[in-house]
Design a protein around this ligand. Structure first.
Ligand SMILES: [Zn+2]
Length: 323
């Protein structure tokens, strides 16, 4: 497949035809909440990889998919790559589909709710610096009235789905970005939908870890030898994009470790790690979460994250970096 000749590297909002019944739905610039999704069609069967952050965005995407492929009117399988709302908040619009995710993803989803998000956003204007940051990240999305639709089928390890004559192989690689990250590999097209195991041209965010699982996930993708890689955020890529994320993870792990061993406080370390090589990547304040979660991992602390504190740190770095 001569990808450049087809122009599919173009990073344009909406549906990108990857050929032979495979599609990506892209939402530039790929920053906070602007996630990608995927569609695989064969004959009259179809599989959707992820829904979007709200119902308006998801409805627009489903409409475009149905115009491109009538089979998308009755999606049989919906895969949620992980539990973050920008990959599952639109599930209720995909009526009748079997919703499949890893067991760990389903468990994590049960602790996250769009209603809580709506409430948080309503209070954001009174929350000072962190409220401003919430609005910067999530102010463009509509969280009211979303009915959470959890997975109807869960698995651990791997799960194979047949879509017409095509195989779609789901592989659990988390905990990494979140507790239950899953990749969707379509061998006949040498195409992989990675969910948030890949952020392209944006800083990855390590909510769960261990970081080694995420590095291993990059190696696993490389081992598949894909021709086309659809990330969870950012433009379609190939192995170069996979290697860039792997290099970033190794770099921040090693840099955070040096500072942890030297006893440097976490926020100071997050400020101190040079991101000069990643200047063009968005959402650099995520280094605060990455450093914090790495410190936690180094300390052998398996407790839950203090999400509020993490957002407060990101808000501070975001403000500082903007000057
Ligand atoms: Zn995402």
């Amino acid at each position: 497949m001569t990808t450049t000749a087809l122009g599919i590297r173009e990073y344009k909002r909406g549906l990108t035809d990857l050929g032979n019944g495979a599609y990506a739905w892209l939402q530039p610039d790929g920053g906070w909440g602007w996630s990608n999704a995927g569609l695989v069609v064969d004959g009259d069967e179809s599989l959707l990889v992820d829904t979007l952050f709200d119902k308006y965005l998801t409805a627009e995407m489903l409409g475009a998919m149905q115009r491109a492929e009538p089979a998308a009117a009755e999606i049989g399988w919906l895969v949620n790559t992980h539990s973050n709302g920008d990959h599952c908040n639109g599930n209720e619009l995909v009526t009748g589909a079997e919703i499949v995710a890893s067991k760990a993803c389903a468990e994590e989803m049960a602790h996250e709710s769009p209603a809580m998000m709506a409430k948080l956003m309503a209070h954001a204007p009174e929350m000072g610096e962190v409220g401003e940051f919430f609005l910067h990240c999530f102010g463009n999305f509509a969280f009211e009235g979303i009915e959470q639709r959890p997975p109807t089928r869960t698995f651990e390890g791997a799960f194979d789905i047949r879509v017409g004559d095509k195989d779609v192989h789901l592989q659990q690689v988390g905990p990494a970005h979140t507790a239950g990250d899953v990749l969707a590999w379509v061998p006949s097209e040498r195409l992989v939908y990675t969910g948030d195991i890949l952020f392209i041209e944006g800083h990855p965010i390590l909510w769960a870890g261990p970081v080694q699982n995420w590095i291993d996930a990059c190696d696993y993708i490389e081992g598949l030898d894909p021709a086309l890689v659809v990330p969870g955020h950012g433009p379609i890529t190939d192995l170069r994009g996979v290697r860039a994320v792997r290099d970033y993870l190794v770099y921040i792990r090693d840099e955070a470790r040096k500072r942890y061993d030297a006893g440097m406080p976490v926020l100071e370390a997050a400020r101190d790690i040079s991101l000069a090589d990643y200047d063009s990547w968005g959402d650099a304040e995520r280094i605060a979460v990455n450093t914090s979660v790495l410190y936690k991992e180094f300390a052998g602390d398996h407790g839950p994250n203090d999400t509020q504190a993490l957002f407060a740190m990101m808000a501070q770095l975001h403000k500082e970096r903007r000057g």
